[in-house]
Design a protein around this ligand. Structure first.
Ligand code: AMP
Length: 398
């Protein structure tokens, strides 16, 4: 069965058509600048040429219509008709405490997702627009919602509560939710599979290091802690996000720089992280890595601070798990950045981590990057959130 996976943002929409039998991607692409002048769709059928078409997309319904046209196009399409699309899987950023699992989309589910909008005002409304556009154009096709937060719902109370007056949790549900859950779940399961071990028997730490970055601790196949919080701003230093800071900095900066809270939050989300630390040099780890290797002080500073924070979280999660069997790196930097992986592993001598330099220099494949004698196994596992969403979709509609 072919599953259409949709990841809808406020002005963009990424899609993949996946054959659930072979688990191969048959076609993929992205609609950009939806509702803005100069909108375009990029479409790539597997093994075919990438096509870019600039065309008006006043709204997401039009974007989905163009996606469906591309998939069924006589020349470059990959299916003959929409009937060959068995189901749609939607990535939803925030499921709050309501969704600890993926779910078939119904009117009630849509209403419950709407109730979580407050917790992710930039993402959830866009995700819902994607659902409603698909429902208009494919009214009889079953649809499934897969939540970024769901995998982390197994965290115990002591891991998800903040040290705030408890009434704010009761009134507003202010707590740690965590994100990238689909990736943390996929990668940890894949690690067990590659090692030929039972998932439920392992203590696993997953470091999802991309432009957004988070760490999670998984015990007996369940997430027990993760570094992102109420929003994706908490935890690691990221491409442009600050990660953990003293909350008093918000007031301090606002006072010194004459900024509103909103303006300070904008700095923490968009101008901080390795971009800010490198003195506005770049948020892209390829640039930071190149600068580091050239000995450029701003890049050395950004890189070392980023890696130290990851190592510190690993240490915290070794404590939370009371030990660790496997540490996995994934996402853009985790899969492709031997330098980042080795700088982080330099902090892990106490775990008996011995890096295999040759293995660590490879990229983009499932692999163990430690030696046979290493006391703790470290792996690099490419994440595949779209495949995980397609799998969940098939599981639910069956
Ligand atoms: P993601 O958010 O998972 O797409 O990851 C994006 C990040 O991965 C960007 O900062 C990229 O610079 C980084 N990245 C991608 N390829 C490489 C590479 N070959 N070496 C280092 N970083 C990379």
């Amino acid at each position: 069965m072919n599953i259409l996976v949709i990841n809808c943002g406020s002005s963009s929409l990424k899609f993949q058509l996946i054959d659930s039998g072979s688990e191969q991607c048959i076609a993929k692409g992205i609609c950009e600048r939806i509702g803005i002048e100069g909108s375009m769709i990029t479409y790539t059928p597997a093994g075919g040429e990438k096509e870019k078409t600039v065309t008006p997309m006043p709204d997401h319904t039009e974007a989905i219509r163009l996606v469906l046209d591309a998939l069924t196009n006589e020349k470059t399409g990959v299916v003959k008709s929409l009937e060959e699309i068995g189901a749609v899987g939607h990535r939803i950023v925030h499921g709050g405490e309501k969704f600890a699992e993926s779910t078939i989309i119904t009117d009630e589910v849509i209403a419950a997702i709407e109730e979580c909008n407050e917790l992710a005002p930039l993402h959830n409304p866009a995700n819902l627009i994607g659902i409603s556009a698909c429902r208009k154009l494919m009214p009889d096709t079953p649809m499934v919602a897969v939540f970024d937060t769901a995998f982390h719902q197994t965290m115990p109370r002591e891991a998800y509560l903040y040290g705030l007056p408890y009434e704010y949790y009761e009134k507003y549900k202010i707590r740690r939710y965590g994100f990238h859950g689909t990736s943390h779940s996929y990668v940890s399961k894949r690690a067990a599979e590659v090692l030929g071990k039972k998932y439920e028997d392992l203590k696993i730490i997953v470091c999802h290091l991309g432009n957004g970055a988070s760490v999670s601790a998984i015990q007996n196949g369940k997430c027990i802690d993760t570094s992102m919080g109420l929003t994706p701003l908490e935890g690691l230093i990221m491409g442009t996000r600050s990660g953990d800071i003293d909350p008093a900095i918000v007031e301090f900066l606002s006072h010194k720089e004459h900024l509103t809270v909103c303006e300070v939050m904008n700095i923490l989300n968009k101008k901080s992280g390795v971009l800010g630390l490198s003195g506005n040099f770049s948020s892209d780890f390829r640039d930071i890595e190149a600068g580091y290797l050239n000995g450029e002080e701003n890049c050395v500073r950004a890189m070392k601070t980023f890696c130290y924070r990851v190592a510190k979280y690993i240490g915290a999660y070794v404590a939370a798990l009371n030990g660790v069997d496997v540490i996995c790196f994934t996402a853009g930097v985790g899969e492709n950045g031997p330098l980042v992986r080795s700088l982080i592993c330099e902090h892990l001598g106490y775990l008996g981590v011995e890096l295999d330099r040759d293995a660590n220099n490879r990229r983009g494949e499932d692999m163990v990057i430690t030696t046979k004698d290493s006391k703790t196994t470290v792996m690099s596992i490419p994440t595949n959130e779209e495949l995980a969403i397609a799998r969940e979709t098939v599981r639910l509609i069956k």
